[in-house]
Design a protein around this ligand. Sequence first.
Ligand SMILES: Cc1ncc(COP(=O)(O)OP(=O)(O)O)c(N)n1
Ligand SMILES: Cc1nc(C(=O)O)sc1CCOP(=O)(O)O
Ligand SMILES: [Mg+2]
Length: 201
Amino acid sequence: MRLDPFYLIVDSAAWIERLAPLGVRLVQLRIKTLDEAGLRAEIRKAKALCARHHCQLIVNDHWRLAIEEGCDFAHLGQEDLQTADLAQMRAAGIRLGLSTHDHADLETAMVANPDYVALGPVYPTILKKMKWAPQGLERISEWKRRVAPIPLVAIGGLNPKRLDGVFAAGADSAAVVTDITLNGDPEARTREWIEKTGQWR
Ligand SMILES: Cc1ncc(COP(=O)(O)OP(=O)(O)O)c(N)n1
Ligand SMILES: Cc1nc(C(=O)O)sc1CCOP(=O)(O)O
Ligand SMILES: [Mg+2]
């Protein structure tokens, strides 16, 4: 499976409505605040928008809702994995991306036979407090050797200037939140990401 090299992560369908028309091909809906009804409504909107704009939607955390809403890709972290029913997900045709932060996480992830492995935080992130030190580029290369041919996603503190290093080290896709959502001009920054990642598309 191939992933688009630009992996956008947002916290609402409104962001997808705004940025998908620019040519985003891979987007994760990562919502931490809503109740089930609110989440379901956002997932439903995001799915319709992504279908219209030929964008792959990945639902973070909420794999049951992803199944119920007919989505086909979910992202889970190590804690999420402890309570997820992978057999049910697979039976529903859901592809699976998994977070890893250290060697133990990677062992656990590989046993689950994921469709991609994410490694982070590559650089310091301001999105959320994390207990892991920045992984650095060498760790990307090590992870690539261990996971290939499964695609490797790099995440954490990424911006267009950091992409050459991340892809040279072996990442197949670069995931981003705040470099776009906190940018003064998110549309322009999204275009910059799409253009910059064109060489790896
Ligand atoms: C592409 C990608 N990589 C890592 C994460 C982090 O997942 P997780 O560790 O479950 O943390 P939350 O995002 O749920 O806070 C991700 N969402 N996407
Ligand atoms: C959600 C998330 N997960 C990470 C991990 O390492 O698993 S880093 C991260 C935050 C990414 O946001 P930004 O691009 O703003 O740094
Ligand atoms: Mg999670």
